[in-house]
Design a protein around this ligand. Sequence first.
Ligand code: SF4
Length: 246
Amino acid sequence: MEQDEKRTTLDTLDAGSVGGPVASQLPEEPKGPAEELSEEDACIPLRMVEAATYCPRQAWYRFVACDDPINVHMQRGLNRHETFGEQEPRVALGGQVWRHLPVFAPLLGVSGVLDEVMLTPDRLIITEYKTSHRAAAIWEGVLMQLAAQHLALREHAASARWLGPPLPDALTATTLRVYYTDSRRDRETPWTAALERRARAAIARCHEIVRLEAPPEGLVGPRCDACQHEPICLPFDLPKLREGIR
Ligand code: SF4
């Protein structure tokens, strides 16, 4: 059965199983700095922050097992996200706007691409585009992703890689913004110290997830209906199966 095959594949993911008789005859390589992960390999993708907030188990499937199937909800979102690159760029009076801005923050341990960054001498606005109607409030996962983007941009802008002007003060000049393409409306929230603490905790959770050899417990609930990993996660059937083999 396809589901069983997927489950077996995931359950047997084991780096130690790589290598055959020839590899086993080779002298053991000395362990040392050469075997440590590079800065880039040690970074988690910024996208993972939103996924881990949605469900840590889903984040493990996507970013550790590299199993990233696209369901109808995601495809709809991708189709609409493509159109945002064709929209008129926002005008920053006396400033600059970057779209699809790559950032690399090895100290924070994240890297990724920001949808849109608007910078003037006294304002920084980071915008994430979402293919949906405007929500009553910015959803926690999107908020954590935006906050992680801001922290990553700060570190990136403090490095030699940054060729733009200095960023204005974080606490007084930074706005996180979500633009909902379906309704063409937005929501904004200011940067706060509390937001920074929560974002750092969310990033730390992602680093814990990528070190796990098996998927963690999921946040089982109504969200599972829209989850592309429901067929392999079996959130409602797995507890019964476990109970049955006891
Ligand atoms: S089906 Fe539910 S518990 Fe399983 S990964 Fe998806 S959201 Fe998480």
